[in-house]
Write a protein that binds this ligand. Structure first.
Ligand code: HEM
Ligand SMILES: [Ca+2]
Ligand SMILES: [Ca+2]
Length: 182
């Protein structure tokens, strides 16, 4: 009887070792920032950014299977912000260049007679977390974006939609606001 208990104990503890131990499984480490990127979070939404020449590389992530977004340099609430919004559907990132057309509304730059300046769209959805990645010009010359100057500080609004909201229209579940110094 004693021997069986010992063997079972041994089997369980080696299984735990194999799985990396119970403590690690229960408290996952927070995701380390990607190398070369600066990171800031608010309300569970994370913004990572990196200046590369004339371009800004950006990643936005949040615990949702719906859309995530960042709005650069708003005037008031959503108004005037260069909003980039996207989601991952069937493993593919769909990302749109928008503009805060009102305090509580946004439209695509294309619909506002501007240009879509989003390059390198990327994204993934893992364990209920969506991350989108994209590149935008620091100064696109489009008045539906906001020129960004290295060395200056900007307000960035962050937002995330509900689970499964793979669209550009359903209201946010979470809103955050951060400041970044480029
Ligand atoms: C996708 C469709 C969206 C709809 C229908 C929508 C709608 C609204 C509405 C009705 C409000 C005012 C009430 C409230 O606080 O909930 C609001 C506020 C706000 N929204 Fe949106 N929004 C959308 C997307 C976005 C996006 C993409 C962003 C930013 C990236 C954003 C950022 C904000 C911010 C910062 C506020 C102000 C919150 C405050 O300080 O009171 N929204 N939005
Ligand atoms: Ca644009
Ligand atoms: Ca824009």
């Amino acid at each position: 009887m004693k021997k069986t208990g010992f063997i079972i104990g041994l089997a369980v503890s080696s299984a735990m070792l194999f799985l990396g131990g119970p403590a690690r499984a229960q408290t996952p480490e927070p995701k380390a920032p990607d190398p070369g990127y600066s990171t800031v979070s608010d309300k569970g939404i994370t913004l990572q950014w990196k200046v590369e020449g004339e371009m800004l590389k950006v990643k936005v992530s949040a615990p949702t299977t719906g859309w995530v977004a960042a709005g650069f340099d708003p005037a008031r609430l959503m108004k005037g912000a260069n909003i980039i919004i996207g989601f991952v559907k069937d493993g593919k990132a769909v990302i749109r260049d928008d503009f805060g057309s009102g305090m509580m509304s946004h439209q695509s730059d294309l619909d506002l007679k501007g240009k879509d300046n989003v390059a390198d769209p990327a994204g993934k959805e893992e364990n209920g977390v969506t991350e989108i990645g994209f590149t935008i010009p620091l100064n696109s010359g489009d008045d539906k974006d906001k020129p960004l100057v290295v060395g200056k500080t900007y307000k960035v609004i962050l937002a995330a939609g509900a689970n499964d909201a793979d669209d550009f229209t359903s209201r946010h579940k979470k809103i955050g606001s951060v400041e970044i110094k480029l």
